[in-house]
Design a protein. Structure first.
Length: 170
């Protein structure tokens, strides 16, 4: 959706409207090829309008123009309040307030389909964030939601995430 100039402007206007209303703005990159095509515009959008950034490792490396993960982490400091980067079986990393918080991947019996994993990670993370949980727990909620979605075909949870979270965080 980011390719057309009108779409880029819509992102900026939506972010301004949200900030004017006192809301936080999050963005999930969702496509490393799009990030490569519009790297400068994404960097400007993130630096000026995004509070919470979600990306997988490939998207994150593309955005930062980095050769490795540690180099990319160093370039993201100060560009947004929080960056949450998923790394598959390596878990995720939350970069915020000058800290790097490593979140382990939630165990999965069998990887079936990764469709929706990033979206579910963001949903779990944002749920935790809106509940006032610390960033480590936000990441754990994201990992739990992503683990559920990759264990079956389809991008909708097969079981109640509320039930899973109640068991996991009891």
């Amino acid at each position: 959706l980011f390719d057309r100039p009108s779409a880029k402007q819509a992102f900026v206007e939506a972010a301004k409207t949200a900030h004017d209303a006192g809301a936080k703005v999050s963005l999930s990159l969702s496509d490393s090829f799009c990030v490569e095509r519009h790297k400068a515009e994404f960097r400007a959008l993130i630096a000026n309008h995004i509070d919470i950034l979600f990306a997988n490792e490939a998207e994150f490396l593309a955005l930062c123009g980095a050769q490795n993960f540690h180099e990319a982490v160093a370039t993201v400091y100060g560009t947004c309040d929080i960056a949450a980067v998923t790394r598959g079986a390596k878990g995720s990393v939350v970069i915020a307030q000058g800290k790097i918080i490593e979140i382990p991947a939630e165990p999965v019996d069998q990887l079936v389909d990764t469709t929706g994993a990033g979206d579910l990670y963001a949903a779990g993370f944002l749920y935790g964030y809106t509940q006032g949980f610390d960033l480590s727990r936000c990441g754990a909620y994201g990992s739990l939601a992503a683990a559920e979605i990759i264990s079956h075909i389809g991008a909708r949870p097969a079981v109640s995430l509320k039930t899973l979270a109640a068991k996991r965080f009891a």
